[in-house]
Structure formats: C-alpha cells, structure tokens
Design a protein around this ligand. Structure first.
Ligand SMILES: NC(=O)c1ccc[n+]([C@@H]2O[C@H](COP(=O)([O-])OP(=O)(O)OC[C@H]3O[C@@H](n4cnc5c(N)ncnc54)[C@H](O)[C@@H]3O)[C@@H](O)[C@H]2O)c1
Length: 268
C-alpha cells in the first residue's frame, strides 16, 4: 500500500536497511515513522537524523518477548491511533559456526528474533488490520530462507521458517477476501555490516540504499514476494527441476555460495 499519509512501523529500524527504509518512508510522506529496536544508542542516532524528514517516534522493544511486543503495540496505538504498514526488519546472525558448534543460546536467540518475533508482531497487529480491512505486513526474510547453507544452518532455518509463516498468512488473508496485504522479501547479502567478511564470487553483495529502495517499491506495489536480485525468484523453480546434487553443483561449486561464510567476521 502507499506509504504517503500512513503510519509506518519498522522493527529493527535503528540500523541497516531498516534505518534507511525509515528515512525513505518519511521522504515518501509517511504520516509518522515508528521504530521498535533494542539498541538504545542507535535509536537515539536514528531519531536525531530522521526527525529532519518528519514525525519519528522510537520505542525500545525486544521483539523476541511477546509481552514487550504487546505493550509496545498498545503504546504505539495509543500514540498514533493505528499502524498501517509494518516492516519487520529486526534480525540477527550469531556466527559462522558449523551446526555442531552452536550453543543453545545461538539457536534460541536466532529462532526467537528471526522467526518467532515476526509472528508475535503479526499476532498483536493483524486482528486490528483485518477489522479495518486495511494494512500491510512486510517481512524481511532472506535468500537464506530458500537455500541450504553451511555455516549458517540456524540462520537459514530461521529464514525458511519465517518465509513459510509469512506466505501462509498471505494465503489465509486472501481466502478471507481481506484487503490486508502480506509481502515477503528474500534478499541476498547486503552490505550493512551484519554479514561483514562474507565473500561472494558470482552474485555481488547488495547495496543497502538500492536494496531498501526495492523493498519500499515492493511494499507500495503490494508484491507478494520479492527476491533480490530478481534472479532469485527462480531458485525454487530450479529446486523443482534439478536433483539436490545438481543444486549443490550450481550454488555450491559454481556460484561458491556454500563457502561465502568461511571469512565471515560479523559487525565489530
Ligand atoms: N545484511 C544482510 O546481508 C541481509 C541479507 C538478507 C536478509 N537480511 C535480513 O534483513 C534484516 C535487516 O538486516 P540488516 O542487515 O539491516 O541488519 P542490522 O543488524 O543492521 O539491523 C538489525 C536491527 O535489528 C535490531 N534487533 C536485533 N535484535 C532485536 C530484538 N530482539 N528486538 C528488536 N530489535 C532487534 C538491531 O538492534 C538492529 O537495529 C534482518 O532480518 C536480516 O536477517 C539481511
């Protein structure tokens, strides 16, 4: 749906593409930008820089806690009346360890923030949107949610999970004949710092500004699914056509995607 004159909420909106999309939403005439993030320092900086473009309000929210999400939603609605568009950007990656070296904390944190938190946000907001027959939830998953990826198995699992959730909700709403829109986004690596150190042989690491612009465009066009780059729309087609070892050959050996995480350092 169109951003102009609407209330836009971005989780994880104090860093990376969430922060850029917040600025873009204000530049497009959003009535207000609401940021939910856990990082206080980044929240302060983002509010200071974005206030030049319009009304911004930020709440410190840990989206992995249902109680905190519910409380933040109620406060946001008390302050702004309603939320029209939610862009779910909050996300984490913990390491490039092989699965056997992960800790219970690595698994819990990744699944809670990347997979369960978007469901909590959907749970608190969707009924109001359904009642108004208007609204949109955009969930930033990842291309890692369509591929099997060594050294990021838990992250990949979290993103496969959130794609399945987001697109299932989309079908539910369509079957209800609701006008509430669901958009699922699956970008390749973006140069925000989250995946610092990754080396990609064939597909270039994405530019945060351009990627944000594409996600905002997909939001306004009400796209069901947006892979970035567009070629990634064909991943599932290939998976349907080729044997699994053929996929390993193309993505692993030829494109080098199975070794991208070898030099991962993450944000310092
Ligand atoms: N950067 C990439 O290469 C890439 C590629 C594909 C998908 N993605 C996904 O896009 C989204 C944004 O990525 P980014 O690169 O802008 O990341 P980023 O690290 O710059 O921003 C993520 C934001 O989420 C916030 N956050 C983390 N845990 C939180 C919590 N519990 N509650 C509230 N906020 C929390 C962080 O404070 C941060 O502001 C993520 O979901 C990520 O998985 C990123």
């Amino acid at each position: 749906m169109k951003i102009k004159d609407n209330i836009v909420l971005i989780t994880g909106g104090a860093s990376g593409i969430g922060r850029i999309m917040g600025r873009m939403a204000l530049q497009k005439g959003a009535k207000a930008l609401v940021i939910w993030d856990i990082n206080e320092k980044n929240i302060e900086e983002t509010v200071a820089s974005h206030s030049a473009f319009g009304t911004v309000k930020a709440y410190k929210v840990d989206v992995s806690s249902y109680e905190t999400v519910k409380e933040a939603y109620d406060r946001t609605c008390a302050d702004f009346g309603k939320v029209d568009i939610i862009i779910q950007c909050a996300g984490v990656v913990t390491s490039n360890k092989t699965f056997n070296d992960n800790t219970v904390r690595d698994i819990d944190l990744t699944m809670k923030i990347n997979t369960i938190a978007p469901m909590y946000v959907g749970l608190v907001a969707l009924n109001d949107m359904i009642a108004r027959d208007s609204g949109q939830i955009v969930t930033i998953a990842s291309a890692a949610g369509m591929l099997s990826l060594p050294k990021m198995s838990v992250y990949a699992a979290s993103k496969w999970g959130v794609i399945g959730w987001s697109d299932s909700v989309r079908i539910e709403l369509e079957r209800m004949k609701s006008h509430v829109q669901i958009t699922t986004v699956a970008p390749y690596f973006i140069n925000t710092g989250m995946f610092d150190g990754v080396r990609s042989r064939i597909f270039p690491i994405l530019d945060p500004e351009r990627t944000s612009r594409k996600i905002i465009a997909a939001t306004e066009k009400g796209k069901i699914f947006r892979g970035i780059p567009f070629a990634f729309h064909f991943i599932r087609t290939l998976q349907g056509l080729l044997p699994i070892k053929g996929i390993d050959l193309i993505f692993g050996d030829f494109c080098g995607i199975y070794s991208v995480m070898d030099h991962y350092t993450g944000r310092k």
